[in-house]
Design a binder for this molecule. Structure first.
Ligand SMILES: O=C[C@H](O)COP(=O)(O)O
Length: 261
């Protein structure tokens, strides 16, 4: 079995201006050693307007922190007012783009088809999608979470090439656990992340499924990261609120020191 490098990504959502972004990245850099950043891929996902600043701080300090955007246009360029093309993000040194976050699915009516187009647009620009899936509370209460999430996975990955599938990061975020303080239990996270990996084996084969990194997201904190990361099919976390606090985020990145996996 392949060893997948853990990936902890901080989704800042619509928080922190570029001055505050500068400060937070500097604090992360001051607290995380090169060894820690080597052991755990560490990513920040600031608002678009912070990206140039984040690029400069990271380049100036030669920091091993990666960064990305929270969305990308499905279009390569042209008359799409307000949209941001993947190529612009790649030019700013972004490695990742969050695609299909539940807040975009809910507040911007993003469909599975649009999300699939965004996954393709990200790859076309040289970005790796952090492709988000997850069920709402009604679906969880009806016990249909696995079926629901697998349908999102199937639709979002439609038409991707093998080498793209091998790079993609899938973030499982149960919507009822986002920003609510209600974390899914490690078993809940494993149930769905394991089902995602089984689906990848079924559709694309074990060689692809073994290398795809699957994150859990939803009220991840320093206090619960180690138990979540101990699950065999959880390879990282997409962290919202706790990523805005340097000390807390650093502690999350340092999860291997809490408990051995
Ligand atoms: O993208 C991150 C998730 O939506 C989780 O947010 P949260 O950690 O604030 O619950």
């Amino acid at each position: 079995m392949t060893t997948r490098k853990p990936i902890i990504a901080g989704n800042w959502k619509m928080n922190l201006n570029h001055f505050e972004a500068n400060l937070l990245v500097q604090k992360l850099a001051a607290s995380l050693t090169a060894e820690q950043l080597e052991a755990v891929e560490t990513v920040v996902l600031p608002p678009f307007t912070d990206l140039r600043t984040v690029e400069s701080v990271i380049a100036d300090g030669k920091l091993k922190i990666k960064y990305g955007a929270q969305d990308v246009s499905p279009h390569a360029g042209g008359a799409y007012t307000g949209e941001i093309a993947g190529a612009f993000l790649a030019k700013l040194g972004c490695s990742y783009a969050v695609i299909g976050h539940s807040e975009r699915r809910e507040y911007h009516n993003e469909s599975d088809e649009l999300i699939n187009a965004k996954n393709k647009a990200a790859f076309a620009a040289g970005l790796v999608p952090i492709f988000c899936v997850g069920e709402g509370l009604d679906i969880r209460e009806a016990g249909n979470q696995v079926e629901h999430v697998l349908a999102q996975v199937d639709a979002g990955l439609e038409g991707l090439k093998t080498e793209q599938l091998q790079q993609i990061v899938i973030a499982y975020e149960p919507v009822w656990a986002i920003g609510t303080g209600k974390t899914a239990t490690p078993d809940d996270a494993q149930e769905v992340c394991g089902a995602i990996r089984a689906r990848l084996v079924e559709k694309f084969g074990a060689e692809v499924a073994d290398v795809v990194r699957i994150q859990y997201g939803g009220s991840v904190k320093a206090a619960n990261i180690a138990q979540i990361m101990a699950q065999p099919d959880v390879d990282g976390a997409l962290v919202g609120g706790a990523s805005l606090d340097a000390e807390e985020f650093v502690s999350i990145v340092r999860f291997p020191e809490h408990v051995a996996r």
